[in-house]
Design a protein around this ligand. Sequence first.
Ligand code: ATP
Ligand code: MG
Length: 429
Amino acid sequence: MSKSLQAIRGMNDILPEQTPLWRYFEGTVAGLLDNYGYRQIRMPIVEFTELFKRSIGEVTDIVEKEMYTFEDRNGDSLTLRPEGTAACVRAALEHGITGGGQVQKLWYMGPMFRHERPQKGRYRQFHQIGLEVFNLEGPDIDAELIILTWRLWAALGIRDAVTLELNSLGTSESRGRYREALVEFLTARLDQLDEDSQRRLKTNPLRVLDTKDANTQAALVGAPQLADYLDDDSRTHFEGLKARLDAVGIPYVINPKLVRGLDYYSKTVFEWVTDKLGSQGTVCAGGRYDGLVEQMGGKPTPGVGFAMGIERLILLLETLDKVPESIARQVDVYLCAFGEAAELAGLALSERLRDALPSLRLQVNAGAGSFKSQFKKADKSGALYALILGDDEMAAQTVGVKPLRGQGEQQNIAWDALAEHLATHVAQG
Ligand code: ATP
Ligand code: MG
């Protein structure tokens, strides 16, 4: 195929074979969030570039090198959203829904865009489900966010495969004091740092902590610890969070090097990681961002949230063989009709079945065809039963109900009894 007719590298089609798993995943999350009282918000996927620069921070990986930015026909600089928090805060402010201390528990879902090197678990268009909570400042809500993801992992059958990593970044003041100490420590070891870290030391020194470079990691041994610089408020907050996780029995690992890539975090940060997906192991990440709303021009408004990467979680379900069998079947029954009169009767009968059994997945053969060809299509559809309407059935006002997955012999069922027959048999199949 010519190059212009291919999808952009790192941007994937999700084919019909895969969408049932996506819908199962998204449906499971949506149901759970309903249970916990979160409400969905939908934002545009394009925003003014300025929004991301101001919220995410100029010297982050995302803003420095990952954004899809372009000029529109008015000459405005626009960017495909690389994440959801900025737009969610923008929308909340624009519509005044967090004003006067109103609590908002919001979630969103959709595509995000980052110009990264595509590889397993890392794409240029990927999908997130994100949560943001506004105007609750205590550790109880941080705990709730973690607890509900814990429940989600159980619902999906992947709880044993993920580990919770936690850290506290303190307030911007205490982090500032820590930053000075870290910079002093690392400046004395400047020649041991890789090039990237030398640059980060000037722009975003905490990011040096999560370096992958072995020499830099060695240079970090004995570096000042963020935990020793925490202010009392942040320390109490962190203890409160841990006490709640302990109360529910959620295990966690404190990772003092967990600083997250975005500038706007404060106090709690966390990641759910797995060792089953190679180096793209973080499936869900988030934290508290009490300063962000003010930084974006609003009144001081505590906030906390996280985002999970749908592709990585889908990969994890597949890797661990946790794709439920029930989602594989798309069709329950397939109706084959032979001849025009049978086709018309079949159509009317199908609509009656749909009235009687609203959840029945009934596919009606289209394009006529011989007995053999219709039967082949019925089998290929994955249906449990073929419904057969030919001359004999028409005369007797019955339908042949033929099991396609080896569950017994064909039965002839009267039209009036068909819905009831299918109700019991399809449910069992
Ligand atoms: P990473 O360190 O893997 O680059 P990140 O810190 O940039 O992740 P966040 O901005 O916190 O990621 O996004 C939250 C989640 O979204 C990640 O934990 C991951 O599951 C998913 N995610 C982020 N970037 C990508 C991507 N390019 N492709 C697929 N999923 C992604
Ligand atoms: Mg990243």
